[in-house]
Design a protein around this ligand. Sequence first.
Ligand SMILES: [Zn+2]
Length: 189
Amino acid sequence: MAILPIITLPDPRLRQTSKPVERVDAEILRLLDDMLETMYDAPGVGLAAIQVAVAKRVVVIDVAKKDEKPSPVFLVNPEIIWASEELSSYEEGCLSVPDYYEDVQRPARVRVRHLDRAGATIEFDAEGLLATAVQHEIDHLDGGLFIDHLSRLKRERVVKKFAKAATRRGATAEARETEQAKVLDKAEV
Ligand SMILES: [Zn+2]
């Protein structure tokens, strides 16, 4: 297994629509295992493949609490086939929008259809945090982010904040390279 780098806002790949998996083969199983390890390491409760820059409809989730035994959920080609009218609100965060949390309202219960690790079609009902996580991750597969559920003002504010931070990081990296180049120049002299 391997820990994969997680891409963050404003990386445009987060807005891509992920492609359905045609066959659950060894490559997909390895991706699921790597994603699970990456998610536990982060740590997070859910991860979609596009967050590790793989545009496939693959998701891992584990909503078990710290003192509970791990209960990983592996979803290939997941879809919501039913959602309750009743809504519930959770304070959501996202490994691709680090250190930002906001309340999001979503259906309280959903029924999910997906392929499991053996390639079999499975359906299950989810409620509570699992229902929120499933919907959050399926949004990712369609290029969505939880901030899309916020008011335009809040969304624009957070997008701007992350874009600015990325520019600053870029500028710092550039400055560091210039410094290194200077040092190299001196060394050469
Ligand atoms: Zn997310």
